[in-house]
Design a protein around this ligand. Structure first.
Ligand SMILES: NC(=O)c1ccc[n+]([C@@H]2O[C@H](COP(=O)([O-])OP(=O)(O)OC[C@H]3O[C@@H](n4cnc5c(N)ncnc54)[C@H](OP(=O)(O)O)[C@@H]3O)[C@@H](O)[C@H]2O)c1
Length: 278
């Protein structure tokens, strides 16, 4: 079994924590305060994106924090409007400026937008920007196995991470198997199902009661035990703290499997072959 709470080594040799903190959809002071609190609580992987319009607040909190910069993994993402070689350079420059950082630790293409037909050129540019030192690790988000194959074939560079919708109601078995074969770390967005009632499922409630933990902790433990890196968001300080406390109990293989039985499909209907946002 994967050591559930060990840092994850990426295929480029860099290391990321086993769990991160999501920043969407908060802006302004809220975002700054939440990032500061997350860092104080011990989160070391912070997820933002140009599209979230909170990079400036996240970056300010990171720069002001007493946590050494070298211990924090800031993730941001390239918006659809920046697909294309020149555009990707502009997008990265914009994110660096917003964040106020010299380098972004992990930078992802937010969506593949296959109908635009530019994600391969975009990936080539991220490889260049990584080699130039502006990005430390590069990856993708919402990419399908077909999208992954195309960018790897074109460049010989495998993304370090693919961040996708993943939770017990959408377990993404095939994609995860492809990641394992390619050496890609799976990050989970909406890891708790974003308030859709997933946490009220009887199997999750029962396991929470049995272990004396919260339903959120059961679901996050389900992620980390499988080597998936969840990036839960909570605007509630107590939940934000609890979501990081995943030691002290574990799930058996049968319990992990029982939770996985909740698999039924995407909550948000955002099929990467169709979904477009810019
Ligand atoms: N790459 C992409 O395309 C993409 C797409 C969507 C999201 N993301 C990233 O993924 C992050 C997380 O996803 P998400 O925000 O959609 O969903 P999520 O983390 O699954 O769910 C957040 C919701 O769950 C609640 N919550 C958090 N902890 C809880 C707990 N222990 N018990 C009960 N409720 C709890 C929060 O409410 P309270 O605030 O009241 O605690 C909030 O409503 C985002 O912030 C963003 O950074 C990426």
């Amino acid at each position: 079994m994967t050591d559930a709470l060990a840092p994850r080594t990426l295929n480029d040799g860099n290391v990321i924590p086993p769990i991160g903190f999501g920043s969407f959809p908060h802006h302004g002071e809220d975002s700054d305060e939440m990032t500061t609190s997350a860092l104080d609580l011990g989160y070391r992987l912070i997820d933002t994106a140009l599209r979230y319009e909170n990079e400036a607040e996240v970056g300010a909190a990171v720069r002001r924090s007493s946590v050494p910069r070298s211990e924090i993994v800031v993730t941001s993402k390239l918006a659809g409007r920046h697909h294309g070689a020149a555009e990707a350079r502009e997008g990265v420059a914009q994110s660096l400026k917003n964040l106020g950082l010299e380098q972004i630790d992990l930078f992802l293409i937010h969506w593949p937008l296959p109908k635009q037909g530019k994600y391969v050129d975009t990936w080539k540019t991220l490889v260049e920007l990584r080699d130039e030192g502006l990005l430390r690790s590069i990856g993708v988000s919402n990419f399908t196995p077909e999208n992954l194959e195309k960018i790897i074939d074109a460049t010989g560079v495998t993304p370090a991470v693919n961040q996708v919708e993943l939770h017990p109601a959408f377990i993404q078995s095939e994609l995860r198997a492809a990641h394992d074969e390619l050496g890609i770390v799976t990050e989970a967005w909406s890891p708790l199902g974003r308030g859709t009632g997933l946490l009220d499922e009887p199997v999750i409630r029962e396991l929470a009661e049995k272990n004396g933990v919260t339903t959120g902790q059961v679901v996050l433990r389900w992620h980390v035990q499988q080597g998936i890196v969840p990036i839960p968001m909570s605007s509630n300080p107590a939940r934000r703290a609890a979501n990081l406390e995943l030691g002290g109990f574990s799930l058996s293989d049968d319990e992990v499997a029982a939770i996985s039985e909740l698999d039924r499909g995407r909550i948000w209907g955002q099929d990467p072959d169709e979904h477009e946002e810019f």
